[in-house]
Each structure stands twice: as C-alpha cells, then as structure tokens.
Write a protein that binds this ligand. Structure first.
Ligand code: ADP
Ligand code: MG
Length: 398
C-alpha cells in the first residue's frame, strides 16, 4: 500500500466504521507539448505521471452519496436523486456544493447521464467515497482530472456501468465543465485515463483518436524534471476566456471551423487579415499544432534527445505570442537551459503552475540547484522540483 492508498482507506474507515469495497486511482499528467491546442480541435501529447489520486469506495444500503477528502474539513452528503437538481451548475455561478465536492459528485451525476446507463439498476445504489492524493493541487498537473478519473473508475465498476476509458474521460470532462463550471478541454481526462508506462498519448482533439507514442526518455539517458513554481494560476479564468475568444475570432476571420484547419503556410494571409494580438494568438496555436506533429515524428523515428528545440520553441511561443507565461516560469525555463537542459517549457494552461525540463539523468541535481538558485536570486518563493516518468493511467488498485 502506498501512503496515499493508506490515507484514502483510513479516511473511508473513519467515515463508515467499515472497510471499503475497493480502491481505485488515477494519475495527474504533464503535457509534453501542445498547449491551448485542445479547444482548437488540435493535437496534444500529454503523459500520466506517478502522482495519483486515490478513491476508497463502498456501496451503501440507502440512496445517498457521501464524499470526503483529506483535502477538505467536512464530508458532503446528498441524495442521489438530488444530483439532477444540483447540476448542471448555471454558467457563471458557483456550484451549490463546496467546489471540491463538485468534482466527485459531478462525476456521479455525469455518469448517470451517460448513454445507455440509465437502464442499469446498479446505478441507483448509494456510495461512500473517500479521497486522498499526492498530486500537487493547482500546479498545472491536473489534480482535477485525477480526482475525476479515480471517482469515475470506481463508480463505473461499483455501478456496473460498463463504460470504456474514453467514455469515462468524457464523463470527467462533463463534470468539470458542467458541475464545477470550468471550461476545459478533454486532454487531461484522456491522459489520466489512458496513460501507459513510458508512453505519451498523442491525442487528436477533433476526432478524439488517441495513440500511444513510446517516449524512450530513460532509454536516451534522460529524465523529465517538473519545476512547480507554486504560483497559483490567479488570472487564469479571465486570461483563459480571452485566449479562447481570440482563437474563435481568428478561426472566424480565416473562415474555418477551428484553428486546426489553419496551417503554417496560411500564416502570412492570417497576418494581413487580423489585428496583431489576434494574429499572435493564432500563430501560437498553428505553430504549436505543428510542433506536436513534429515531436511525435521525432519520438517515433529518432530519439527523445532530439525534441529539445521543439520544447524551447513552444515555450517562446507561449511567452511571446500567447502571453500566458509568468516571470517565475520564464526563470525556471531559462535557468534549466543555462544549466544544460536539453529542452524546457512551461506546461499546462499558464499564468503559473509548472514548467518541465528534459535533462540528462546525471545532470538532474545540477539543474535543480541552478533553478533553485535563480529563484532565490530573483526573490521568488522556492519552487518544488521533482522528476517524473510516464506512468500508468486510471485503474483499480485493490
Ligand atoms: P489542477 O487540475 O491544475 O491541479 P484545478 O484548479 O483544475 O487545478 O483543480 C484543482 C481543484 O480540484 C482543487 O481546488 C479542488 O477543488 C479539486 N481537487 C483536486 N484534488 C482534490 C482532492 N484530492 N480532494 C478534493 N478536491 C480536489
Ligand atoms: Mg485542472
């Protein structure tokens, strides 16, 4: 048992005075490359990380659902039949339950609404759900997809709902979009559901086609260093909305359904048609899509060592064109590169969160020291640095 599994089991036992029926877990994720491409019908290349959110779950005699988390002071309990009254959360308002509880309860609600599920009688049984996690929250590593994935996997089994992993990813996304009210794409949930050791998930966000790509990072003598700036994405909601709107505007001006349909060759024409800010938003998305395709090709045909320049170009594009970086992220990337990293970029939605660096295994300590020193010299709060390897997606643990 891992410490997180123990914590979930203990919380469950404290809550119910009996043992859980089972334990399920789902990981956070790092996006190797492909940022803000998901809601533009484009390409992303995330992988699941070793950090996981664990749900210890058991069915109840009644029709109530109770969720508890080591993260929260109080459990939240509702009637199953009340889920339809609580959700969806109207656009622009906050959930009628504490926000954290809208993730697991939203999953229960969305699962009951999924195609073909209403027919299954088991979906009516009440549940106790106890959650623990070692995924850093709000660091851009998708603790939200991890809590959704762990809950969705548990409910799918205990309610005998029979959904496959992509369908469970869609349930998680629906919970996040409609129960929590966060307008996110499906990348995080797909990464958390479909991850495999040593593989990244090459996801076409238009078709939802997902293909595993062997990354061969350890094989190339490399490691991925996560540099969590601990800057919380404070302006993320407004900034995210502005970026989405700019992308929609850009696609409309180009006369296409989404920026997925604009290629690098179309950029000169785009520049003539748009104001400077819209053009730069568009250029980020268009070139980032191409960088994902290039990264996949390099990983398949060559070595992880050769993706470094693509990572660096991705960061520059987010910093200069999409303008979603912050000084702490730039400092982490620059310090890592100056200390010899093969490549580095901010990862996640931006405005804070984490950056990643591709580093020689025997240079991890040196790069770590350099990033810590650069933060201290800039007067920033100390970052948290750790290495990750592409890991397994959601599963039943016990
Ligand atoms: P990120 O996904 O980057 O970590 P989000 O803002 O998308 O950040 O999701 C974080 C939110 O998800 C938390 O504020 C909390 O509401 C919920 N959450 C994540 N992990 C847990 C957990 N273990 N227990 C309860 N709520 C959690
Ligand atoms: Mg999230």
């Amino acid at each position: 048992m891992t410490p997180t599994q123990n914590a979930a089991r203990e919380l469950f036992t404290e809550l119910t005075r009996h043992a859980p029926e089972g334990i399920w877990s789902a990981p956070g994720r790092v996006n190797l490359i492909g940022e803000h491409t998901d809601y533009n019908d484009g390409f992303v290349l995330p992988f699941a990380i070793p950090h996981r959110t664990v749900a210890a779950v058991g069915r109840r005699e009644d029709h109530r659902i109770r969720v508890a988390s080591t993260f929260a002071d109080e459990p939240v309990e509702v009637e199953l039949d009340d889920l339809d009254r609580l959700f969806p959360t109207p656009t622009g308002s906050t959930p009628q339950v504490p926000e954290w509880a809208a993730y697991p309860l939203g999953v229960a609600w969305a699962l009951r609404q999924a195609d073909g599920i209403a027919a299954s009688a088991a979906v009516g049984s009440g549940l106790d759900i106890a959650i623990a996690s070692d995924v850093p929250v709000g660091a851009g590593l998708s603790s939200s997809a991890a809590i959704e994935g762990a809950t969705a996997s548990a409910l799918n089994d205990l309610w005998a709902a029979g959904l496959d992993r992509p369908a469970l990813a869609r349930v998680g996304r629906r919970a996040e979009n409609e129960a929590v009210g966060a307008p996110t794409g499906i990348m995080d949930q797909m990464a958390s559901m479909l991850g495999e050791p040593d593989a990244a998930i090459f996801l076409d966000c238009r078709t939802l086609d997902a293909n595993l790509v062997q990354v061969g990072i350890a094989e190339a003598g490399l490691a991925i260093l996560v540099m969590d700036t601990r800057v919380k994405h404070a302006h993320s909601t407004g900034g995210y909305g502005e970026r989405r709107a700019a992308c929609e505007r850009g696609a409309e001006i180009m006369g296409v359904p989404s920026l997925r349909d604009v290629s690098v060759d179309d950029l000169p024409r785009a520049q003539e048609l748009m104001d400077d800010v819209t053009f730069r938003r568009v250029r980020h998305v268009v070139t980032e899509n191409q960088r994902v395709l290039d990264t996949v090709r390099v990983l398949r045909e060559g070595s992880a060592r050769d993706i470094g320049d693509l990572l660096v170009a991705s960061h520059a594009s987010m910093r200069d064109d999409f303008e979603i970086s912050v000084p702490e992220l730039d400092t982490a990337v620059e310090a890592a590169l100056a200390a010899g990293a093969v490549g580095a970029r901010m990862t996640g939605g931006g405005f804070g969160g984490a950056a990643i660096a591709l580093v020689e295994q025997d240079a991890v300590d040196r790069v770590t020291d350099a990033v810590n020193a650069a933060f201290a010299a800039s007067g920033f709060a100390a970052p948290v640095l750790f290495t990750v390897t592409p890991s397994a997606g959601a599963h039943r643990d016990a």
